[in-house]
Design a protein around this ligand. Structure first.
Ligand SMILES: [Zn+2]
Ligand SMILES: [Zn+2]
Length: 103
């Protein structure tokens, strides 16, 4: 029985994640994301998908990266395209401007 380091819950199915050589214990992925997932520099949402890294800064999607002045990401993405995946990486919550949903 280990204790979740985010919420303090003791859970027999807790699991361990080792990041940068440091071990972290969580009772749920939600708590793990809360503690370990990077944050989009532009919209501040948690990056749970692959995200994008430009100049050492993380973004959730190419829309956020471009909004922050990063250029040429779409071309890079195209080259790195994985089979069976759509063009988009990460979340596109903030590119749906018609819906006033925040992420
Ligand atoms: Zn927890
Ligand atoms: Zn974003």
């Amino acid at each position: 029985m280990k204790t979740c380091e985010t919420c303090g819950n003791e859970y027999d199915k807790s699991f361990e994640i080792i990041k940068d050589g440091t071990s972290h214990v969580f009772d749920s992925f939600e708590c793990a994301i809360q503690a370990l997932a990077p944050t989009c520099e532009h919209c501040q949402c948690r990056i749970i998908g692959h995200g994008l890294e430009a100049n050492g800064v993380m973004y959730c999607c190419d829309h956020c990266a471009e909004a922050s002045g990063v250029k040429g990401l779409r071309d890079q993405q195209r080259k790195r395209k994985r089979p069976g995946r759509s063009d988009r990486s990460g979340f596109d919550c903030c590119s749906r401007e018609s819906k006033a949903q925040s992420c």
